[in-house]
Design a protein around this ligand. Structure first.
Ligand SMILES: [Zn+2]
Length: 286
């Protein structure tokens, strides 16, 4: 069933588990992720990001993902990840996305507040939810040096001011992760997550989740994270399945597609198992 972020993040926060966002800009990714969510009986966030629109347009994504979400046996949020332009977020809402992220994290603070507050009231008028980012989650450097990322970490008091003034439903916070594949092991600031979670009721989001350890995830969830974004891991799993299948003699796309889908499903299940509340699970098994 189609859901928005509040539907899935509020129960997650209360019961100390996290809902994964997995970008699904192809049929194999979408089928694999939804199959995993149904098998794990967990809600999930799917969708695309503005930087992925060259792979498939927003219209094409809406046509494919919204009916798939409605048919699913678990709550599925269809979300625009990292909407960078106002028009892109507006278009996603018009097309029926149930959630958008409006990322103005590289703007000056007051500009971020102003733009996001405006988009939040528009999203809410559609019955959709909105995520924003405060502080800045950077990209893993392809080469060489990176500026000290802790200079961009989210300040708890500013996060409180931001959420109060914008009315966002979820906030991506910068606490030591980066987008893409890690060259060096990331170090998360769990105490900062805990302080922000102590001040805010909205969903807290960890971006750049590919490459973190299971223990990192559990500690981040215990500290207050309720949404975790994963893309590189499932993207690579699909590509590897296609490569291995082809190298193994499967020369047709239609032969490779089910292998890609299965690889995505297995990689997603691995993450979902970690994101679930293991305490509840182990109590349930007793
Ligand atoms: Zn991100």
């Amino acid at each position: 069933m189609l859901a928005n972020l509040n539907d899935v993040l509020q129960p997650a926060r209360k019961n100390r588990y996290a809902v994964g966002l997995f970008n699904t800009c192809s049929l194999e990714l979408a089928r694999g992720v939804i199959a995993a969510a149904q098998e794990c009986n967990t809600p999930v966030v799917i969708g695309t990001a503005e930087v992925l629109l060259s792979v498939a347009s927003l219209e094409e994504m809406a046509d494919m993902l919204i009916p798939m979400a409605k048919r699913a046996a678990v709550p599925v949020v269809v979300h625009l990840d990292h909407g960078l332009k106002e028009e892109t977020c507006k278009k996603a809402l018009e097309l029926g996305f149930s959630s958008v992220m409006y990322d103005c994290s590289t703007d000056p603070y007051e500009e971020n507040v102003r733009k996001v507050a405006q988009m939040a009231s528009l999203a809410h008028s559609y019955g959709a939810t909105i995520e924003a980012e405060l502080g800045h989650v950077g990209d893993n450097p392809s080469e060489g040096m990176q500026a000290d990322p802790s200079a961009f970490y989210t300040e708890p008091d500013q996060a409180f001011d931001f959420v109060t003034r914008t009315g966002v439903d979820a906030l991506a916070i910068a606490v030591g992760t980066a987008h893409g594949a890690y060259k060096m092991a990331p170090k998360l600031d769990f105490e900062r997550i805990r302080r922000i979670a102590g001040l805010l009721d909205c969903g807290l989001v960890l971006h750049g989740g590919s490459g973190l350890t299971d223990q990192d995830f559990r500690m981040a969830i215990d500290a207050g994270i309720s949404k975790i974004n994963i893309f590189t891991d499932i993207n690579m799993a699909a590509a590897k399945a296609a490569h291995d299948g082809y190298a193994g003699g499967e020369l047709l796309l239609t032969g490779l597609q089910p292998r890609m889908e299965e690889a995505v499903k297995q990689a997603t299940i691995k993450k979902m198992t970690v994101f679930q509340n293991t305490e509840t699970i182990s109590l349930g098994n007793r």
